[in-house]
Design a binder for this molecule. Sequence first.
Ligand code: SF4
Length: 328
Amino acid sequence: MSKEHRIMSGMRPTAKLHLGNMMGALMNWVKLQDEYECFYSVVDWHALTTGYADTSELKEYINEMVIDWLSVGLNPEKCNIFVQSQVKEHAELHLLLSMITPLSWLERCPTYKEQLRQLEGREINTYGFLGYPVLMTADILAYKADRVPVGEDQAPHLELAREIVRRFNYLYKPVFPEPEALYTEAKILPGIDGRKMSKSYDNYIAISASPEEIRKKVMMMVTDPKRIKKSDSGHPEVCTVYAFNKVFGEKDKVNELGESCKKALIGCVECKKNLADLLIKYMEPIHERRKIYEKDPNLIKDILDLGAKKARDVASKTLEEVREAMKI
Ligand code: SF4
C-alpha cells in the first residue's frame, strides 16, 4: 500500500497510559502505521504547559509511554517514534509561527477556556499554556503532515493549525499543506466507576497493570444499580462490565451476555470474573512484549535516538524552507 499521506500525532507524558488510551487512540495508531507514513511523538514540552511546576516524574512517564506504545504494537520499522524535545526544530517553528498568530485566535479556542476551568487551582494562566495550540501546529507542520488523527475535542486545534497555515502561506509563500482531519473509529471505554476513564478520577486500568491488578479493578466495577439480587433482571446498557465486553468481546458472545443479563441467567460476580479472564488473556501478548523492553533500556534509547534523527532530517529541511520564505 502506498504511503502517500503523512501523519503526525503525539501524546503528553503526564501519566501512565490506560486501557482507555489504548482502545481510543493507540490501537488506531497501530492500524495507521501500515497505511500512512507516521510520526508519533512523546510531546514532553506539551506536558510542561500544564505540569511545569513538578517535573520529577516526567522522564519516567516518557520511558513508560514509549514502552506502552511498543508493547501494544507500534513498530519502529513501520513508524517513527521520537521525543519532541529531542527535535529542537519544533521550538524554532513554534517561535516563528507565534509571531504571526493573533492572540484572539488563541483566546477564543474552546479547549483553552475549558481547560482553564477544569484545571482551576493550578497556575496555568501562562504564556506557554495559551500558546500550546501553536506548539501543536509546529509539531504538525515541521513534518508537513497532511493528515492528523483527531478526536472531536481536538478539532478546534486542527482548525487553528489550518488558519495558521493559510496565514503563513499568504504572508510569505506556500510552504505548508493544510493538514486535514483523519477521523478514526475510537472505541470508548468507561472508567471502572462508569465515568470517563481518567487518571484524575483514579478509575483507570493501566496498560501495564498486572493480571492481579486487572482482576481487582474489574471486581470493583459498577454494574446495573437496579440489579440488587441475582434474580433481578439486568440492564446491560447501563453496566460498565458490559461496556468493556462490547469493546473486548466477540460480538455473538456479547449479545448472548446481554440476553443472559436481561433474563437474570447470570450473576454480576460471575460476569465480572469472565471479564477479568477476557482482559487478562487480551493483555497477555502486550505484557509479554512489555517485558522485552523493560529488560533492555538500551533498546528504548536506540529506538528514540534513531526516531529523533529521522525526525530531525525531515524537520530541518522544512525549517530551511521556512527561513528562506521568511527571508531570515
Ligand atoms: Fe453487568 Fe454482567 Fe451484572 Fe449484567 S450480569 S449487570 S452485564 S455485570
